[in-house]
Write a protein that binds this ligand. Sequence first.
Ligand SMILES: [Zn+2]
Length: 239
Amino acid sequence: MKIQFVGVGAAIKTIYHGASTVVNDHILVDTPPAINMLLKKHKLHIDTIFITHMHGDHLAGLPFWLLEKYVEADFDEVNIYGPPGLEAKIRKYFEVTFTDLDIVKYPIIEAAKFHTVEPGKSVELPGLSVTPVEGRHAITSYGYIFRDDNTSVYFSGDTELSESVLQAIDASHCMVIEGTKKDGKLDTHITLEELLPVVRSYPGKVFYITHRQDYDISDLFEYNLHFPEEGEAFTIETY
Ligand SMILES: [Zn+2]
């Protein structure tokens, strides 16, 4: 499985774009505000999107992505998976932010098929199975475990280090996991201080930290802990 980080930042207090990762060059996990520019920069064409939750730093790029697809007359089928109410939320976004745009007359949202996911109920894609995992956040938030014949990668989305998150870590070979802050504890998010014991207890698993505010990582040395830069891609294999 190939994963490419297009954004690795938290919502605020960061030099990075909002957290977003692309799987196998065509599946997108989350749509931060700058997603159209980021996808162009890395020459990525997306046909499948998974949304972890409906906070703006993960969602606000989706209306613009749909708008551009519509304007470009790109009729490729697109499937968007996410929490309940996702399609209605995107309609609302257009109503509020493009008051002059008649989305009934211009079927921008119909350019994609929306699907509501449920924790534990896998989505089957060619060569991949994607299982939603309940997170613990300020609003409904799902992580996703992507599995192919070779490996499994867990994308945490925004969450605390809850029991279901620990189970997902145990069930996966590689993590793309949020580390919003370095020290202490945060409601609704994970800090490095909380995560480090988990990283050390799974020396055979790799942890990529995303959704980062700006903090000093120069004193964090764990060989299975990585802080990817935007644009960096990795091939995940399990030996
Ligand atoms: Zn959030």
